[in-house]
Design a protein around this ligand. Structure first.
Ligand SMILES: [Zn+2]
Length: 404
């Protein structure tokens, strides 16, 4: 049972009730479209007249439209309602240490146009390069009204100041990305950690995780982040940095991490770790006189996946080592949180047939619990990190309102 927070609450006014009902109807249309008013009343438990009033308001605001007539055995043929995809555009920006991708999406999180740029090391330069690209995307479909910009970051966002904090892999110090972006584009900007936005995206659009009560998303890239949904709520912690299991010490006195600590999980289970395992393997097996070339030492993770797929043993071993450490870090999440599902996001899921069994086996060996947590890969084709940015803006209209 969720307790009422008596130190911070708003009493329920009639507007609150109206807002909740409106969001329920809007969400039902999104997930069941096309849907008739009668079915909306049946699914929501609202009075038919209440549904009609809300639907008229949503049509007036152009969130939804009426489509074709439905067929019933007898009586009046109902008109179906669906989201008005021609009305709203959302800009999504996925920031990663090397490349930033951005897209214009519709209400169903379909990408209509995309762009990318190299992520500069200076955040001010980043904003200067980003803004014209955002404007260009907004102009790609001028008939759409842009509702906002969602940004996912390889760091955490301070709950109070909305500044980016703790982004060791990006190398940016505390930085306000929201204000200059809002000023330049005149659009509201939602910032969120990449793992958190992926978790929100999974419960909004995920094929398997939609509507799950307890979900952990583990994003595996240059680093590792976790997004936690517990009891349908995103866990943010006291300052917004909850979920940083990537920087939980897994190996005592282990390798030094960019966060300043030693032995962090991500030092052993991230893409960068797999590249290191591979580089070490080729360095140690080369003939002493032949030095490894810079190319061999700076192989990309994509390349490593290709080599493993082609049967290269050292690349395969590097992935296995990464998978073992992924399992070692996921095991305490299973034991401690007992989520319904853990979704892994990242390029590594393309090699799921190789890494999946190792991850699951390691988790099984190291978590002593009755939890029946499924461990599944996200589908990389859906671009989950970029899709997560769309969820950030959508949830402002479709998510549960803040009433506590
Ligand atoms: Zn660390």
């Amino acid at each position: 049972m969720r307790r009422i927070d008596l130190s911070n609450f708003q009493v329920a006014r009639s507007e609150t009730a109206r807002d909740i009902n409106r969001r329920i109807v809007l969400n039902l249309i999104r997930t069941h479209q096309p849907i008739s008013r009668a079915d909306l009343a049946r699914h929501s438990g609202l009075q038919r007249s209440t549904v009609s009033v809300i639907a008229e308001q949503l049509i007036k605001e152009r969130w939804i439209t009426e489509g074709a007539n439905g067929h019933t055995p007898r009586g009046r043929r109902p008109t179906f309602l669906h989201l008005n995809k021609e009305r709203v555009g959302i800009i999504g920006i996925n920031v990663r240490p090397i490349t930033t991708t951005l897209a214009l999406a519709d209400l169903d999180a379909n990408f209509l146009a995309q762009d990318s740029l190299s992520t500069p090391s200076d955040p001010k330069q980043f904003v200067a390069e980003l803004v014209p690209r955002v404007r260009k995307l907004m102009g790609a479909r001028p008939e759409l009204t842009c509702e906002g910009i969602g940004v996912s970051l390889p760091g955490r966002v301070d709950l109070a100041s909305k500044r980016l904090v703790f982004a060791p892999n990006l190398g940016w110090r505390e930085f306000d990305l929201k204000t200059p972006l809002e000023k330049a584009t005149k659009l509201p900007v939602e910032l969120e950690n990449a793992a958190n936005s992926c978790a929100l995206s999974e419960i909004c659009f995920g094929r398997r995780a939609e509507g799950l009560r307890n979900l952990v998303v583990v994003t595996v890239s240059e680093g590792i982040g976790c997004g936690l949904i517990l009891n349908h709520q995103l866990v943010q912690g006291s300052t917004g940095t909850a979920g940083e299991f990537g920087h939980a010490a897994l190996v005592p006195d282990g390798l030094e991490c960019s966060c300043g600590n030693r032995g962090c999980w991500e030092m052993y289970a991230s893409n960068s770790a797999a590249i290191r395992y591979y580089s070490q393997a080729i360095s140690s097996t080369r003939a002493p006189r032949r030095r490894t070339t810079a190319d061999e030492r700076t192989i990309s993770f994509e390349h490593l996946l290709r080599l493993a797929d082609q049967g290269d043993n050292r690349a395969g071993d590097a992935l296995q080592q990464m998978a073992k450490y992924l399992g070692l870090g996921i095991a305490p999440l299973v034991s401690g949180l007992a989520p319904d599902m853990i979704v892994i996001v990242g390029e590594v899921t393309r090699a799921w047939h190789q890494v999946g069994p190792t991850i699951k086996e390691t988790v099984k060996q190291h978590s002593f619990t009755r939890a029946e947590t499924q461990i599944v890969p996200s589908d990389p084709i859906t671009q989950p990190r970029l899709r997560g940015t769309i969820a950030l803006v959508l949830l402002k209209h479709f998510g549960a309102p803040a009433i506590v």
